[in-house]
Design a protein around this ligand. Structure first.
Ligand code: RB5
Length: 156
């Protein structure tokens, strides 16, 4: 798969380590920065750019890392069509795909060590969305988003 990978300055080292790991798993990585750990990078800018790549179909999945993983997930979820989740354990990473069809996984470099993060990434990348009952629930989320975008939701 083609995997978008991005970080802010707080997670530069984790991003670099994950890049090598994901490539070793046999995937292609598109690196959206950061370029070092001292130049401040605003995580929303990275999250938006990577999310646009998912929506354009140039990326199959994406992994975003910052200090906590939280800001990246919040920002990515603001991009219509994106389902981004923060997961720091393998069970959540598996369910993020199987239940939620999340195209984006986020993690925090100040929360999880690199060895555990690699296991989470591996589980996330090897898990697929089976559809079924989960598809109905994901569709409910996407329908709600569309209502808001069209101004026909409770914001009307
Ligand atoms: C770092 O503490 C934090 O502000 C940033 O990296 C990111 O985690 C925000 O959500």
């Amino acid at each position: 798969m083609k995997i978008g990978l991005g970080s802010d300055h707080n997670a530069y080292e984790m991003k670099e380590d994950l890049k090598r790991y994901i490539e070793d798993l046999g995937h292609e990585v598109v690196d959206y920065g950061s370029q070092d750990n001292c130049t401040e990078v605003d995580y929303p800018e990275v999250a938006f750019e990577v999310s646009d790549g998912i929506n354009r179909g140039t990326l199959d999945r994406a992994i975003l890392v910052c200090g906590t993983g939280l800001g990246m997930a919040i920002a990515a979820c603001k991009v219509p069509g994106i389902r981004a989740v923060t997961a720091h354990d393998t069970y959540s990473a598996e369910r993020a795909r199987k239940s939620n069809n999340a195209q984006v996984l986020t993690m925090g470099a100040k929360v999880i060590g690199i060895e555990a993060a690699m296991k989470v990434v591996e589980m996330y990348l090897q898990s697929d969305f089976p559809g079924g009952n989960s598809a109905r629930k994901v569709q409910q989320i996407m329908d709600k988003e569309l209502e808001y975008l069209q101004g026909t939701g409770s914001n009307a």
